[in-house]
Design a protein around this ligand. Structure first.
Ligand code: SAM
Length: 193
């Protein structure tokens, strides 16, 4: 399944993405309510995402669709931030909380089972994403409505349509290349979207 998701990530198109979601849904592998499957961001890419966003001890990092919690846990353990993971699959939420306890950051992170579209983002200073092109576009108005000026958004592999990133980098990890995109939220008076 990771190979299929990788082919999508490498730009083989919306038809492949739709096929993947339908296939997973039909096979019962997509958690009910989940709009994209669970696929992990490689560790090296996690580090580069947080570095590109300039995460530090003053930040509150939200990962929307947090999977096994790796982005939020790395933000706390390696960058001194606090973090919140929102994940629709409660088993992944439980696994994330257990991992946070194991690495000693449970007091600085929280994991919540829920729909990312129903989550209040107003205390986030950094938002991390590994979703899909469509979900990024649907999320964009919410991000611009709820995030404060200067907040950073980092996305693994998927862009935000016609909203150009402030920076984009390519990271080669073990068996694949990933794109990472960074956007910085402008003051509300200058937000066109
Ligand atoms: C591609 S995985 C990314 C996991 C993690 N962020 C990472 O980068 O390793 C996407 C995650 O989003 C979750 N998800 C999908 N739709 C969601 C929704 N509407 N609300 C919350 N989580 C969702 C899936 O269950 C999955 O774990």
């Amino acid at each position: 399944m990771n190979d299929l998701w990788r082919s999508i990530a490498h730009g083989r198109g919306r038809i492949a993405l739709l096929f993947c979601v339908l296939l997973l849904g039909a096979a019962g592998c997509l958690y009910p309510g989940a709009e994209v499957p669970y696929v992990q961001t490689p560790t090296e890419v996690v580090t580069e995402m947080l570095r590109l966003a300039g995460v530090n001890g003053n930040d509150v990092v939200y990962d929307l669709g947090s999977g096994d919690g790796r982005l939020v846990i790395a933000a706390a353990r390696d960058f001194g931030a606090r973090g919140v993971g929102i994940e629709i699959d409660p088993q992944l939420v439980a696994r994330s909380a257990e991992s946070a306890r194991r690495v000693g950051v449970a007091d600085r992170v929280r994991f919540r089972a829920g729909d990312l579209f129903e989550t209040d983002l107003s205390d986030a200073t950094v938002v991390t994403l590994y979703l899909s092109p469509e979900l990024n576009l649907r999320l964009r108005p919410k991000l611009l409505r709820e995030l404060r000026s200067g907040s950073r958004i980092v996305s693994h592999d998927f862009n935000m349509g016609d909203w150009p990133p402030s920076q984009a980098i390519r990271v080669v990890s073990r068996d694949r290349a990933s794109n990472i995109f960074l956007w910085i939220v402008a003051p509300s008076s200058a937000r066109a979207r």
